[in-house]
Every structure is written in structure tokens, then in C-alpha cells.
Design a binder for this molecule. Sequence first.
Ligand code: ZN
Length: 234
Amino acid sequence: MLKKADILAFGPHPDDVELNIGGILALHAQKKQVVVVDLTEGEMGSNGSVEIRRKESQKAAQILNLKVRENLYIPDGEINPHDLEQQKRVVAAIRRYQPDLVLLPYWEDRHPDHAAASRLIEIAIFKSGLKRYLLDEELPPYRPSRWYYYLQHQHENPNLVVDVSSVYARKMEAIRAYKSQFDPRMGFKTYINQPIFLQKIEARDQYFGAMVGVKYGEGLIFKPPLSIKDLFQL
Ligand SMILES: [Zn+2]
């Protein structure tokens, strides 16, 4: 059964989309069908457990008002763009949801899974459009016309900044749903559960916002040139 999505956002681990495009997702979910597909369950995370993180990601999905959130169960730490089985799972997700727009991680990052996920999804976007690339499931070929990259740890100047000021409280609430990951009182001390980490996310979003004169912004980068009908369309 086909479920059409306006936006399909891929996250290497549950919490990546919240941290980096939680505002964009919440904003568009007010009027559009927004689907999130996480590639892994984040089982290599130092704190929490798969069960806890599963519940946290579903809670965050409700806060963001996502249409569907699903997981491809690729092993955490093992995302590999050249793994044919992983490619198939991502292609199946694209063909299932037929999104107008795909959001994927930027191609450089300190976390190897993030960079690998970017390449894996790029390959899947291409293969998904091939008529002769067949899957076990009967899904028609489909290639989205647009895909934008979101920044994670790597800093770059974005090409597009989306004003997410009106939904920023919701983004932070969705991030806080991952108590096991970001609450400093939970377990083992990590890079991400110290207050400075979320401070950095907020500071970046304020900086991107300031670039376009708004309070909070989330940045995107596009690789293929954008096609527009006239210069006033954007
Ligand atoms: Zn991640």
C-alpha cells in the first residue's frame, strides 16, 4: 500500500532529525504529510537502551506531528553506502512514500555513520528511479525531484534558511523527549549529554536565523541546482 509523503526525512540515528531539522519538520507537519525514516536504532549509544530510545523517538514523532516514523534496522555504526541490502531498504522507503522532497544528512561529518548515510541515501535516490532496479516488494520506480542536505556536526554556510522561530519551543520539546540521551542526570557522561551540546544547537540555530533576520533558523544545502520558473518564485 502506497503512502504518499510530501517530505521524507532520513536520520542516521533516532534524534538526528530532531536536533538538526526538528523545526522544519514541525513547521511543515502543520500542513503537509511529513514522514521520518531512521536508518538505525542507535543501539551503540552510551546511554539508554534500544527499547527506551524507541519509545523516545515515538514520543518525539508525536510532538513534531509526524505522519509516520519508521526504522530500517541497519546496524548502528555499520552504515555502508555500498551494502546492497542497505541500498534496497532505503530505495523501498523512497518508493513506498513517493516524497516530493527528501531531506538527508550533509555529506561530511565527524560521525562516520552520518557521512555514510548521506552517500547511501544519494545512491538510493538514484537507484529508486531505475525501472530495472527491482525489489522484492512490488513498488513502482520513483525518483524525487528535490533533495536537500541538513547540517549536523559539520559547519557550512547554508544555501537556504528556514525561519523556524514559530515552532522552536516544539523542536526543543522533541529533543528533550530523548531523556536518555540529553539529560545529564542519566547514566554515563557523554559529549551530547552536557548542557554545552544543546547550547551549541541553539546557538547555531540563532546564528542561521540571524543570517536572514529572524530569531531561529535551520539551514539546508542543495547540490544539484534548483530549477525555478522565474526569479520571483523563491
Ligand atoms: Zn547520529
